[in-house]
Design a protein around this ligand. Structure first.
Ligand code: ATP
Length: 245
């Protein structure tokens, strides 16, 4: 039977070159409609997971050594980034990687190259509604936006492709507490609009406030998996994620 999970990763191992194994036998699931968070310290393998899912691994010199990645009933293992976007999986690039010399509107166009016509216009209206700050700054060079606004633009750009699954790689990195709250609200709104979310985060408090379930990754392995409510109550885990455990 074909699984209709938004994401179903099974036994995934990833290498960079010959000597570095960044993920070991990682298995995880994002059911359709869920927000699932992946937490872990620096170097645990979180970004590697995002790259494997979105096809960006080869660009970074990485490769899938074993395992499968399925999404909405199809095997997408080793597909190209563009094919994966077409399939309905979009991600915000690491850091904020927006095009600084282009306007906000042009950056959004770049995110919408796989959709056309009415759908493109609807997506544009939807993201400007979600991010009024970007609406106000449509014609401004993206490089002149504040850090928080650039982060919003990265999320908005990913939403332009009508994703069924959105992969967010540390969307709160470097943001003020107020903006972290805004990102959390935005993730809830995205989920309510019907998009599943894989949320990669170091900020466990924020991640567990919006997620349905979570996984903890350490040295390339999943060491813990539970509902967000149970993970929130786990003090040992909180210490681990703060680097104290
Ligand atoms: P961070 O939050 O610091 O980005 P992370 O949990 O996302 O950490 P990864 O960036 O996935 O972790 O890194 C996992 C391991 O793979 C680390 O040991 C890292 O040094 C290594 N690694 C990551 N990218 C590359 C690369 N392009 N080439 C070689 N090794 C890499």
């Amino acid at each position: 039977a074909q699984s209709a999970d938004a994401l179903d990763v099974a036994g995934l191992s990833v290498r960079y070159g010959r000597s570095i194994t960044a993920l070991r036998e990682v298995s995880l699931t994002v059911r359709a409609g869920e927000v699932v968070t992946i937490m872990g310290l620096n170097g645990a393998g979180k970004s590697t997971l995002a790259r494997a899912v979105t096809g960006l691994l080869p660009v970074q010199g990485g490769s899938i050594a074993s395992g499968t990645i399925r999404s909405f009933g199809e095997d997408v293992t080793r597909r190209s980034p563009r094919a994966i976007v077409r399939h309905g999986v979009a991600q915000t690039l690491e850091g904020r990687r927006i095009f600084g010399a282009m306007t906000v509107a042009e950056n959004l166009e770049m995110g919408g190259t796989t959709v056309r016509g009415a759908e493109l216009r609807e997506n544009r209206d939807q993201v400007y509604q979600l991010f009024p700050r970007l609406d106000e700054r449509r014609d401004q060079a993206a490089g002149l936006l504040s850090g928080g606004e650039q982060q919003m633009l990265a999320v908005a750009r990913a939403l332009m492709s009508s994703p069924r699954l959105l992969v967010l790689d540390e969307p709160t990195l470097g943001l003020s507490p107020k903006l972290v709250t805004f990102v959390g609200d935005t993730i809830r709104a995205i989920q309510e609009a019907g998009t599943s979310v894989l949320l990669i985060e170091q900020n466990a408090t924020m991640a567990l406030s919006v997620a349905d379930r979570g996984y903890v990754i350490e040295h390339g392995r999943i060491i813990h998996e539970d509902t967000a409510a149970n993970l929130r109550a786990d003090e040992g885990l909180q210490r681990l994620l703060l680097g104290l455990g």
